[in-house]
Write a new protein. Structure first.
Length: 339
């Protein structure tokens, strides 16, 4: 790989893989498993997605468990406090750009509040459609328990194409697997990224020279850390097998192509701003299979005392949205659940 023989797009793709080893491994494992993605929600939340034809990105501070927002920040602070690791971090980055390490550290420290409080996400989980877990029939017990005690839980099971495509339709979104890590695991992950940068330092220097108006290595490392900040969870949550769509609206340049729109709503008595991802194809930008009839593989109704009422309402909403209702599209989980 070198600058003169490859396009900027090819170089960006290569370097993106270099600094995202966890994402690369997770993506390979996911594809090989034949899984789909699933979004667990309440019945009201699922109807909002179906009837408004969009996914909602909500502020990380109003997610189910506020403690997970701060876990990544705690891991990062611990990493900075390790003198040997910080020295190696600075050494590798500064060998490429003398100002890079200072730029990254100052940006992370200075913007930590904003990085936590101005980040919006949608959560998906890996969904095993085949094999021993049989999640396509029952869903996952732990996830049903997470939504209203399992009384109105809904699982929207999606095909993978719109999430894994290399589309340019939503350049300001990041789709990342959650890293279930304690402070030691987190540090090892950042160490791996730093050493990957060191191994590719000559190429990155060439790219820096060819793009004098960009801070290539500093920007790469900053993006790695800000994604790690909001996509790191305690290892105890590992069974969720979560992926996150991540949006930092304050980072969107005015000239960027952006199909994401803001909406002011009230949820659970809390007035807030959400961001909407339309379930629309943009074929000229490489996004296909994103409409609800194409993307939705199955809807699973979780354990409930009112299955018919919820089933009837979902059937009508899905039909009006053009979703073909054959082949078990709407399914009821009969998994036993004590609530």
């Amino acid at each position: 790989m070198n600058v003169s023989e490859n396009t900027p797009e090819e170089i960006n793709k290569y370097l993106s893989a270099v600094v995202q080893p966890h994402a690369v491994r997770s993506g390979q494992r996911f594809v090989e498993s034949g899984s789909r993605f699933v979004h667990y929600s309440t019945a009201a939340g699922a109807l909002g997605i179906i009837e408004n034809n969009c996914l909602w990105l909500r502020n990380v501070t109003v997610q189910n468990d506020l403690s997970e927002v701060h876990h990544g920040a705690s891991c990062l602070r611990k990493y900075w406090a390790d003198a040997e690791r910080r020295k190696r971090f600075e050494e590798v980055l500064c060998a490429i750009d003398p100002e890079a390490a200072t730029t990254v550290i100052n940006a992370m420290d200075g913007d930590l509040f904003e990085l936590i409080h101005e980040t919006y996400i949608t959560c998906l989980s890996e969904h095993a459609g085949q094999g021993a877990e049989r999640e396509d029939a029952y869903g996952r017990l732990s996830m049903w328990r997470a939504y209203n005690g399992g009384t109105t839980g809904i699982a929207l099971v999606f095909n993978t194409e719109p999430f894994l495509s290399e589309s340019e339709a939503h350049p300001m979104l990041r789709f990342a697997p959650v890293h279930y890590a304690d402070e030691t695991d987190f540090a090892a992950h950042i160490d791996e990224v730093v050493e990957a940068i060191a191994a590719n330092s000559e190429l990155i220097k060439e790219v820096e020279a060819a793009r004098p108006d960009e801070n290539v290595v500093a920007d790469m490392m900053f993006n790695v850390l800000r994604i790690a900040l909001v996509a790191t969870k305690h290892p105890g949550f590992h069974e969720e097998r979560e992926w996150r769509i991540i949006h930092h609206p304050r980072s969107v340049p005015p000239e960027a192509t952006n199909h994401i729109s803001a909406l002011n709503v009230e949820i659970g008595g809390i007035p807030q701003t959400i961001y909407k991802i339309p379930l629309i194809n943009y074929p000229d930008q490489g996004l296909a299979g994103a409409t609800l009839p194409e993307a939705l593989h199955r809807v699973i109704i979780g354990p409930t005392n009112t299955p018919y009422v919820i089933w009837r309402r979902l059937w009508d909403a899905l039909s009006l949205s053009g979703v073909p209702m054959d082949g078990g599209k709407l399914w009821r989980s009969d998994i036993p659940l004590r609530v």
